[in-house]
Design a protein around this ligand. Structure first.
Ligand SMILES: Cc1cc2nc3c(=O)[nH]c(=O)nc-3n(C[C@H](O)[C@H](O)[C@H](O)COP(=O)(O)OP(=O)(O)OC[C@H]3O[C@@H](n4cnc5c(N)ncnc54)[C@H](O)[C@@H]3O)c2cc1C
Length: 351
């Protein structure tokens, strides 16, 4: 089988890269083993433009938002699904100090932050003592639908192999790569945390981060907003809600923990006034890294071996933008943004 690109992984990164290569009329094969707890299959799909105690804008968010809303809408139209939904975030202040910090930022006219018009409008649904602020716009990406629908499309076009990719069977030369019966010009790893073990990219500073989520059934929580009080709560289907997450830098496995379940149940019991039932609990590991910047581009020595990874906690906002950059680099030889280009690790990659 001859193709231009071999893509390993069909999480949010591999989905967007294959989408843009398809648009550029390039040939490719995706290999994906459909790991049920891959980060993209556990994530809520939330895009929140602000972060931290100071509630500052996240990296590149103005540029990313302009790009990604159009990108998801276009993808959604092509796949006949609702790929992205705008929702504002109702940020319940957990302490009086956090309320003051939020109000101060509003006075500074910080982008995306708004005071509540009616501080007590959610008091029939939630317990909260210090009011709330609003973050707008935020978005929720329908990852489940996007990944599934794109997968069906790839299968129908004979562009997807549903199997495990074995890196030790990859043979590469200066002119191309061979993998089993596939001959390709280049291979691009979009395999999430597996790249941290991959012989080509294991030296880049991945800092894997485990996260868990609980799914609850409940009626009476508006699906028009994302709610936050310590954790995020958002609707993912009618009467089904996602709540999470924690951020663990040290962990011994990727299984759900009793501790998170108990902590989340306690939070829900003190926060929600409406009845709820816990129906599922999942865990995954984020392909995060120390710099909090993606890994995009080609290995300095093995020029036909590339990567689109390192999306950390922000795969939904970073993956479409950097997949497009990588596709433009491949098709039009455009430069990749220096802060994201894997070239910044040339020294350690050449060791
Ligand atoms: C609990 C939790 C909540 C999150 N919430 C959000 C959120 O709300 N918003 C947001 O933007 N981000 C969120 N994230 C982060 C987000 O999930 C990641 O940034 C993103 O999913 C990374 O996507 P990826 O495609 O790079 O990797 P992955 O999602 O890990 O995809 C890798 C793919 O490669 C496949 N694969 C791996 N190895 C092989 C192999 N050897 N052979 C074949 N196939 C292989 C896997 O099956 C998988 O399909 C969350 C993460 C967690 C854990």
């Amino acid at each position: 089988m001859q193709t231009e690109f071999l893509i390993i992984g069909q999480g949010v990164s591999g989905t967007w890269l294959s989408y843009y290569l398809q648009k550029a009329n390039k040939s490719f094969i995706v290999i994906d083993n459909d790991q049920p707890n891959a980060a993209s299959r556990i994530a809520a799909g939330i895009i929140n433009p602000v972060t931290g105690r100071r509630i500052v804008k996240t990296w590149m968010i103005d540029e990313l938002l302009t790009f990604l809303v159009l990108a998801y809408e276009e993808l959604g139209n092509e796949l006949s699904i609702k790929a992205i939904e705008r929702k504002s975030l109702i940020d319940f202040h957990p302490t009086p100090q956090m309320k003051i910090a939020f109000d101060e930022r509003c006075k500074e006219n910080a982008d995306f932050l708004f005071q509540a018009e009616d501080q007590w409008q959610y008091q029939n649904i939630f317990n909260y003592d210090f009011g709330f602020g609003k973050v707008d716009p935020c978005y929720v990406v329908n990852l489940k639908e996007i990944l599934t629908t794109w997968r069906i499309e790839l299968l129908a076009n004979n562009q997807l192999l549903e199997e495990n990719f074995e890196v030790n069977e990859l043979k590469y030369t200066d002119t191309g790569i061979n993998y089993r019966d596939i001959k390709a010009e280049k291979v691009i790893f979009c395999d999430g945390i597996n790249s941290a073990r991959n012989p080509f990219f294991k030296n880049v500073p991945f800092a894997l981060n485990k996260g868990e989520t609980i799914f609850i059934e409940s009626a009476g929580i508006p699906n028009t907003h994302i709610f936050k009080k310590g954790m995020m709560l958002t609707s993912i289907e009618t009467d089904l809600y996602w709540i999470g997450s924690n951020y663990l830098w040290e962990f011994s496995d990727d299984n759900p923990t009793e501790q998170f379940r108990k902590q989340t149940e306690l939070l829900l019991r003190s926060w929600l006034k409406v009845p709820f039932k816990i129906v599922d609990h999942k865990a995954s590991v984020r392909p995060a890294n120390i710099e909090r910047r993606p890994f995009v581009g080609f290995h300095p020595t093995h020029k036909n071996i590339g990567i689109l990874n390192g999306m950390g906690t922000k795969g939904c906002s970073l993956a479409p933008y950097f997949a497009k950059q990588l596709a433009d680099h491949l098709v039009h030889h455009h430069q990749i943004l220096a802060e994201a280009d894997i070239k910044r690790f040339s020294k350690i990659l050449m060791r």
